[in-house]
Design a protein around this ligand. Structure first.
Ligand code: ACM
Ligand code: ZN
Length: 535
């Protein structure tokens, strides 16, 4: 077998050697406990082997349940007569089959179905291995999302963090508030030429998911062992909702969803209108938020609800009578605590629905955060409050900028950054291992408007993410690059547009600075244009 990505925890080949040829498998018997993933297990094997696999035959591949194995874990034992698999749950069973498929390159022209005799014993380093997909800035749609879910499953990733709302678009139908999508899902154009530019294109952006479509995609993900966690960003990054319902703001400004992403926003309309925070002082805001959460919880069975909570400006709250009155009546010290109080209120509400809240690390700002709230650590600067949260027993998901912001240019954050990630570098010493729930790579899409560029930014970073979040063991970057080269046919099988090696490897310092300057100075496609884009 090829060395697979992500690497299994333990592979022991039999001393006497020998192989079993997967091509001989003519039947598949999966334990009834694994019903959720059985259709996908079956289709991977049937497509890979090129034939139907009934339950009975001469060479049965049996996938059984083993109570002693933890969730997501599995074992494979191979001898010359066949292969036996046991798993701890439906996801583990699926991962076992992915290991066989990737190890034999099944489905690619490079396939070699000989499995060496021996034992694989595998389980994840982190429970939460995720990708954030931002469909608010640009909308990619069902087909691309399903493709990503298929590939995430091959990489043993198990969380899709779906960023569905932001200043530039609201992408999920909420029946109680229909204007969210009628008004909030369309904008006439988008900022181009990087963060510092004031240029816009002339391409309208629109699109959203109906509730029916959301349910279908969530079910599709579940069959692949993937939990979909919705993010409805608040109290800031809410301009698309404020375009639909201006009463959500402290000042009732009539504004369109934004088409600037940041940087030097023109203020011709006389007020700062980018990334405003919703008014927390007016009861109608909390009523709105509860109404949205009610519908979201019906659509997403995941045990988490992501509130965002990042980059919330406090300036309007300072001048708003309703917000100031609330601060006074609650005995809060300042606007930062108002943010903290708001997050805790939403945490209470989602808890009443059996969900747990997660938010970006700014939710710690007011120093009053409920310790039950999971913190997602992203900020480029070090945030000592995150370590404090963990010391008090709180949980984190790590998405630190320099390793896991996959929207950034490769020149700035080459593949090596992601691969070399070690939680210790960020202050998570081993005594906090249990508090680190997992790792997530983020794909923000301010500068990504096509599936092709989305894939270019993501691959092969997803492989490095899988390696650090599933395997998490000793590293050898040079060997990893070699393994990646052999892995690429599996990405070709999905028709993915991945970055070429000269782009994702660390460039020389001169090229590096030049590329970063070009990227920020007006051409955010400088690397993408150098790749031979397939679609
Ligand atoms: C973030 O990048 N504002 C979470
Ligand atoms: Zn207010």
């Amino acid at each position: 077998m090829k060395e697979i990505i992500p690497r299994p925890q333990s592979v022991i080949e039999a001393k006497k050697g020998g192989t079993f040829d997967m091509a001989k498998v003519d039947a598949l018997d999966v334990d009834a406990k694994f019903a959720l993933t059985t259709p996908v297990i079956t289709s991977i094997l049937e497509e890979g082997l090129g034939r139907k696999l009934p339950k009975e035959g001469k060479n049965v591949l049996k996938i059984g349940f083993a109570a002693e194995l933890a969730p997501q874990s599995y074992r494979i034992e191979t001898d010359e007569n066949g292969i036996g698999i046991v798993a701890g749950d439906a996801a583990g069973a699926l991962y076992a089959v992915q290991t066989l498929r990737v190890g034999t390159m099944m489905g690619t022209p490079q396939k070699n179905t000989l499995v060496p005799c021996g034992k694989v014993n595998d389980y994840p380093r982190y429970r939460w291995r995720g990708i954030l997909l931002d469909e608010a800035r640009h909308f990619f749609g069902e087909e691309e999302v399903k493709k990503l879910l298929d590939v995430m499953c091959m990489h043993k990733l198990n969380v899709l963090h779906w960023h569905l709302t932001d200043d530039q678009g609201w992408r999920i139908e909420i029946k109680k508030y229909p204007l969210l999508t009628e008004v909030g899902s369309s904008r006439p154009c988008s900022q181009i030429h990087g963060w510092l530019s004031t240029d816009v294109d002339d391409v309208p952006v629109s699109g959203y998911y109906t509730q029916e479509k959301i349910k279908e995609i969530v079910a599709y993900a579940a069959e692949r062992g993937i939990s979909v966690i919705p993010e409805i960003d608040m109290p800031a990054h809410l301009a698309a909702a404020m375009a639909a319902y201006p009463w959500l703001g402290c000042r009732e400004l009539k504004r369109d969803p934004h088409y600037y992403f940041g940087g030097r926003i023109p203020t011709s309309q006389g007020v700062k209108d980018w990334n405003r925070s919703a008014c927390i002082g007016k009861p109608s805001t909390m009523e709105f938020i509860k109404g949205v959460i009610d519908e979201i919880c019906e659509l997403f069975p995941a045990p988490y609800f992501h509130i965002g909570g990042d980059e919330a400006p406090k300036d309007e709250w300072k001048n708003c009578p309703a917000c100031q009155e609330l601060i006074r009546s609650l005995g809060l010290r300042n606007e930062k605590q108002l943010q903290g109080w708001f997050i805790n209120e939403v945490a209470k509400y989602v808890r009443s629905k059996g969900r747990r809240l997660i938010g970006w690390n700014e939710v710690l700002e007011g120093d009053i955060l409920d310790n039950d709230v999971v913190v997602q650590y992203w900020t480029p600067r070090r945030d000592p409050k995150v370590i404090k949260h963990v010391r008090k027993g709180g949980s984190v998901v790590i998405s630190k900028h320099k390793y896991f912001y996959f929207d950034m240019p490769y020149a700035q954050y080459p593949l090596r950054n992601t691969y070399m990630f070690n939680p210790y570098f960020e202050g998570f010493i081993s005594m906090y291992d249990n508090n680190v729930k997992g790792i997530e790579g983020t794909l923000w899409t301010e500068w990504i408007s096509t599936p092709s560029k989305l894939e270019f930014q993501l691959f092969p970073r997803m492989e490095a993410l899988a390696e650090v979040s599933w395997y998490g063991g000793p590293k050898n970057f040079k060997k990893f690059l070699g393994r990646l080269r052999e892995y690429m046919p599996l990405l070709d099988m999905y028709g993915l547009n991945y970055a070429k090696e000269e782009i994702y490897r660390q460039p020389n310092p001169f090229t590096r600075v030049k590329t970063i300057r070009t990227w920020y100075g007006g051409n955010e496609n400088v690397e993408y244009e150098k790749n031979d884009n397939k679609h």
